[in-house]
Design a protein around this ligand. Structure first.
Ligand code: NOJ
Length: 588
């Protein structure tokens, strides 16, 4: 009790300080935004609207038609690695539902669809000289053709985390420099087979996660915990692999195919807790540099951010190591890597408040302690789904402006943005997702008005799907997928109707109209719920859907109409029958 008291007091003080700082906070010069205001206006003509997915998260068919095994197949099959021991074995069965899913995209009037190619589906061991799986290539051929027939531009990711298991077992995966050539061979095959139709290529999706969660914390496949070194080494090899693939395209394919090679980096925004405190300002900058800057700075400027070199170098020296745990690029490598990004893909979901916090070097190595900072959140931020995902729209605009100033205003595609729900049941009326999309897309519009060169936006994700270590417990989809039904039916959530309006208006025309969108979207979703309840869908599905209605009043009303009323009626009929019989008997 005595030890608990100071802890409580401390936490309370922390929250108080945070709230005080927040109310005193002013906006950065370069954003000059009023956090509360909404901007009515349109996106530039030709702005591309899309939705996204990735192979392991949606395809299923994990061992079909000659596909090889990936590190995620192995990882998810180990007990205790994924919530509820879920796997991506069948997931949304996207492998078998290409036509159906393209019809959903068409209905949304998407301009582009972002998906990833599963490396082991087309090269089962990951090594091109071993074997090429023609059936795998045929699947992607068909997907690309159908997209184009429907006037949807494919944006294709080469690596969304599903490394062929053989490469992990033989070489240690991204810890090993040999991945650079294997990845380049694989990419080259994709350019050769699909490059006549695919013009937007993303080498890596979110290398930060691959490095940190795959090789530092072990929460993701391959599940290694090489603290303080593993992530840096994996990142180093991925940056080299990205550069090599860019050069391959540039020298061998660009003339003929006229496409673009980019990378998709994830980046949360970091805002100083106290804007008058230089240490907090520097800590927040460090947070962003260790996140997005770790990968973007080499690609745009040829080397790691100075602050990473300084911090990791100093800590390594204090730990008595002969050299920094952050690997170095040779001068030749620096010039080879610099400028290898035709467009920058950004996956953005959330923001943190950042304050300075020292971690003594003798307390062990880790990517996290190397940064000397602490992350905080405002308890008022909405967090409807994933534990880490707070809705902080203004952070999006700041991150985009940061990219503009740091990397010379590159061409940007938003490759992921969206929000999840954590319910095990159906809720088609996802008003929190409508709010999230509305506000985040609006902040992106403001950023474009600030001069940031954003060319397209990808809602994450088209469907509910396998959410990595969270399994199916976190749903990011615009479309609800009933995973318990073997047909994996898809149902539109209200956000589908809302996103459709944004797309067809290419922005937010005026307050009256935008407000009516939400009303209409919600009307549609409640009528979908009614349809479901009335047995439009199978009664088993409808039963599950109705059971999960979260609003207690609605549940109460449903209990009244579905259980109490029929029961009372039946009882009345029975009683009248008995009474009638009784009367007849007496007459006789
Ligand atoms: C980033 C990953 O690229 C994506 O696969 C995942 O679904 C989202 N984050 C949400 O966690």
């Amino acid at each position: 009790m005595l030890t608990m008291l100071p802890r409580c007091v401390l936490t309370l003080c922390h929250v108080l300080v945070l709230v005080l700082c927040l109310s005193a906070a002013e906006d950065f010069d370069w954003t000059k935004n009023d956090r509360g205001s909404f901007y009515y206006g349109s996106f530039p003509t030709g702005f591309s609207w899309g939705a996204g997915s990735s192979a392991y998260q949606t395809e299923g068919a994990w061992d079909k038609d000659g596909k090889g095994i990936s590190i995620w197949d192995v990882f998810s099959h180990k007990k205790g690695k994924v919530a509820f021991n879920d796997t991506g074995d069948s997931s949304c069965d996207g492998y078998y539902k290409v036509k159906e899913d393209i019809a959903l995209m068409k209905d949304l009037k998407l301009n582009h669809y972002r998906f990833s190619i599963s490396w082991p589906r087309i090269i089962p061991t990951g090594i091109k000289s071993d074997h090429i799986n023609e059936r795998g290539l045929k699947y992607y051929d068909n997907l690309i053709d159908l997209l184009l027939e429907n006037k949807i531009t494919p944006i294709v990711t080469l690596y969304h985390w599903d490394l062929p298991q053989v490469l992990q077992e033989k070489y240690g995966g991204w810890q090993n420099i040999s991945m650079v050539n294997y990845f380049n061979d694989y990419a080259n095959l994709c350019f050769e087979r699909f490059g006549n139709r695919v013009k937007y290529w993303i080498t890596f999706n979110n290398p930060w996660s691959i490095a940190v969660e795959g090789y530092e914390t072990g929460e993701h496949a391959p599940g290694l915990r090489l603290k303080g070194t593993g992530a840096y080494r994996a990142a180093h090899n991925m940056i080299k692999a990205h550069a090599k693939v860019w050069h391959t395209y540039d020298t061998q394919w660009r003339n003929k195919q006229k496409g673009f090679i980019g990378i998709s980096l994830s980046g949360d925004w970091g805002e100083p807790v106290d804007l008058t405190n230089q240490k907090d300002i520097e800590a927040a900058e460090r947070y962003v540099q260790f996140y997005l800057g770790w990968f973007a700075t080499p690609l745009f400027h040829g080397d790691y951010p100075q602050v990473m070199k300084d911090y990791i170098g100093r800590k390594s020296a204090q730990q008595g190591l002969g050299s920094s745990r952050l690997p170095t690029f040779s001068p030749q490598e620096k010039s080879y890597i610099k400028g290898t990004c035709d467009f920058l893909g950004i996956g953005h979901f959330t923001t943190r408040y950042i304050t300075q916090k020292n971690f003594p070097a003798n307390r062990g190595n880790s990517y996290f302690t190397d940064r000397d900072l602490a992350e905080l959140v405002d308890p008022r931020w909405p967090d409807p789904g994933s534990e880490w995902l707070y809705s902080v729209p203004w952070g999006f605009r700041r991150l985009l402006n940061f990219v503009k100033t740091q990397y010379g205003n590159p061409m940007i595609y938003i490759t992921e943005n969206g929000v999840s729900e954590k319910m095990m049941c159906t809720e088609l009326c996802d008003d929190w997702r409508i709010q999230y999309y509305k506000d985040y897309i609006n902040e992106m519009l403001k950023a474009i008005k600030d001069g940031v060169n954003v060319k397209g936006y990808t809602a994450w994700s088209l469907l509910d799907k396998f959410e990595w270590d969270e399994g199916y417990s976190e749903r990011f989809g615009l479309y609800y997928v009933d995973f318990r039904n073997k047909n994996k039916p898809r149902y539109p959530k209200a956000s589908v109707h809302y996103y459709k309006r944004i797309i067809s208006s290419n922005g937010f025309p005026n307050q009256r109209e935008v407000e009516s969108w939400k009303r209409k979207a919600t009307e549609t979703c409640s009528s979908s719920n009614q349809l479901l309840a009335a047995g439009q869908y199978s009664s088993a599905q409808a039963f599950r859907l109705c059971l999960c209605v979260s609003d207690p009043l609605t549940s109460h009303m449903e209990m009244v109409t579905e259980i109490v009323v029929p029961t009372v009626c039946t009882l009345c009929i029975l009683l009248s029958a008995v009474f009638l019989m009784f009367l007849l008997r007496r007459r006789n």
